[in-house]
Design a protein around this ligand. Structure first.
Ligand SMILES: Cc1ncc(COP(=O)(O)O)c(C=O)c1O
Length: 514
């Protein structure tokens, strides 16, 4: 074998450490003089290639020539089988086992593989944060769980973890009565109604759940939605372009999405700051409909809205109040009825409240509670209610059982509150920044996104599964590890978490890198 025909691997373009030599393939000499047994191509978008050219003035060839070079290589390798589309970086690998050959045709293998400007928005986070996390082997966002027969334990194909990611705060998702109830409904009604609520998708189970949740929350009526997300969309969308909605800055995305869809004018106030809320209320012309939209417990902060002060402003400025109680129902108040019970305020001071079955009720689906007339109107106007198949009867039945368990077991809520408070004190004492939480949601605020992913990975390696929360879920630079406490966590598990956080802090302080 001639020297120039030695088998070898050609790294054609590698990312992200591109330099001029990485682009040495451009004259094809390497390829043409070698028998190549493996080639790995990282294809970049046209924009990125353009950037490389700008950053690397040593490269004389035009953009077209570089692109042509890449695609000549693809042609040469006939590597059509293993195309993994990785958004901006497309990786193609395979073998070339043939003698030198001249490649005549230069054509795009698949024009669609090169992403254009259309994907710029989707690309931002993916490239800036996720790709970096992947490089550190710290991207957990798509991890599949092999089994989860208890929300506090997660088994993946790699290991078993104590989990603090769950929102199953009262451990009801695996409660034997919930499972029995869901199983019976599955047997009686099948897997799905395959119909919208308004067109054959309403079973007696749906109606029962609506009346049970309304009764539990001391409200006149309730409407079910397929997710809490859809419930918040639905109530935000009630508004129209002439209305004004004043939102806490940290409200959930579903609320902002609904407002966008309604075209109402959006005003934001500083998180939990009644001064800022009042400034906004003053700005809005008197004759406008005004809705103040808040949450009970904030999902990434764990703090509670200052409801009494907010209600006095709502009354003074003649506004309506909408409250998202996704994380407060089951967790606040003597009997888990949420933020109104926590403050001893009549819940009907809110025009509408929404919640979800996907947290304390251990199920899935959302709901809105309020006056019967408003709920009935929602059934005939809400696109999120009308244009989608209804919740599966088994889900509905399991959720109904969970409501009844919560109704008869206020000790669950009390236990959650006690455990959370005591753990917060310990974490603060250990020197962590947990913001203003006083509840079962405990943010360990890290700041930098990549660092948060690495901390998350460190905890994983120690057998602890948490959530790293990064932009756009929280503002940029406010990345955190989110701990969710549940009634199922044992003392030992909480101690292990605390101990591992302390170790992590030590490593972070002393070695900078995890
Ligand atoms: C505050 C808040 N509202 C609404 C939702 C949406 O609920 P679901 O997961 O049921 O769609 C969430 C979910 O995380 C939430 O945190």
């Amino acid at each position: 074998m001639k020297n120039s025909q030695k088998k070898r691997t050609i790294p054609v373009i590698t990312k992200p450490s591109l330099d001029a030599s990485d682009l040495a393939f451009k004259n094809n000499a390497d390829l043409e003089n070698s028998i190549v047994d493996h080639v790995t191509l990282y294809l970049l978008t046209q924009d990125e290639l353009a950037n490389i050219l700008v950053e690397q003035p040593v490269i004389e060839e035009s953009l077209e020539e570089i692109q042509g070079g890449i695609f000549r290589l693809i042609e040469a390798s006939r590597l059509t089988t293993d195309i993994v589309e990785n958004d901006v970086v497309l990786r193609i690998s395979g073998s070339i086992n043939r003698q030198k050959s001249r490649i005549e045709s230069v054509k795009w293998l698949n024009q669609n593989l090169v992403l254009g400007k259309l994907f710029d928005k989707a690309k931002q986070n993916y490239v800036n944060i996720i790709k970096k996390a992947e490089k550190n082997n710290a991207n957990h966002f798509n991890q599949a769980l092999e089994s989860q027969n208890k929300s506090t334990h997660i088994i993946t194909n790699e290991a078993e973890y104590i989990s603090f990611t769950t929102n199953d705060y009262l451990g009801l998702s695996n409660h034997p009565h919930v499972i029995k109830s869901a199983t019976e409904a599955l047997q009686n009604y099948g897997n799905s109604t395959c119909c919208a609520r308004v067109a054959g998708g309403t079973t007696p189970l749906h109606k029962t759940l609506e009346s049970e949740i309304a009764a539990f929350l001391e409200s006149e009526s309730a409407v079910l939605f397929n997710a809490g997300y859809l419930a918040s969309l639905a109530i935000s969308e009630i508004l129209d372009k002439d209305d004004a909605v004043i939102c806490d800055r940290l409200n959930h995305a579903s609320i902002f999405d609904g407002i966008k869809m309604s075209h109402a004018k959006l005003y934001r106030f500083k998180h939990n700051c009644t001064k800022s809320l009042e400034i906004q209320l003053k700005r809005i012309p008197k004759e406008k409909n005004k809705v103040v939209f808040i949450e009970g417990i904030y999902s990434m902060e764990g703090d509670i809205a200052p409801l009494p002060e907010i209600i006095s402003l709502v009354e003074r400025y003649n506004a309506y109040l909408f409250v998202d109680e996704a994380h407060s129902i089951g967790c606040l108040g003597e009997t888990g009825k949420g933020i109104f019970e926590h403050f001893g305020i009549d819940p009907n001071k809110a025009t509408l409240r929404m919640g979800t079955f996907s947290k304390s009720f251990g199920s899935i689906g959302g709901f809105v509670v309020g006056r019967k007339l408003i709920c009935d109107m929602l059934r005939y106007s809400s696109r999120q209610y009308i244009f989608t198949a209804s919740l599966a009867p088994s889900i509905v039945s399991g959720a109904t059982k969970a409501v009844s368990i919560l109704n008869s077991s206020p000790e669950l809520t009390k236990k959650l509150q006690k455990t959370s408070k005591s753990f917060i004190q310990k974490v603060i004492k250990a020197g962590f920044d947990v913001g203003n939480t006083t509840t079962q949601i405990i943010p360990i605020i890290i700041g930098d996104e990549e660092k948060a992913c690495r901390v998350h990975k460190y905890l994983l390696e120690k057998g602890i599964y948490t959530t790293s929360v990064i932009y756009p879920v929280v503002p940029k630079g406010a990345a955190r590890i989110r701990i969710g406490i549940t009634t199922d966590h044992t003392e030992e598990e909480l101690e292990k978490l605390l101990g591992t956080l302390l170790q992590m802090k030590y490593v972070l302080n002393n070695f900078m890198r995890i």
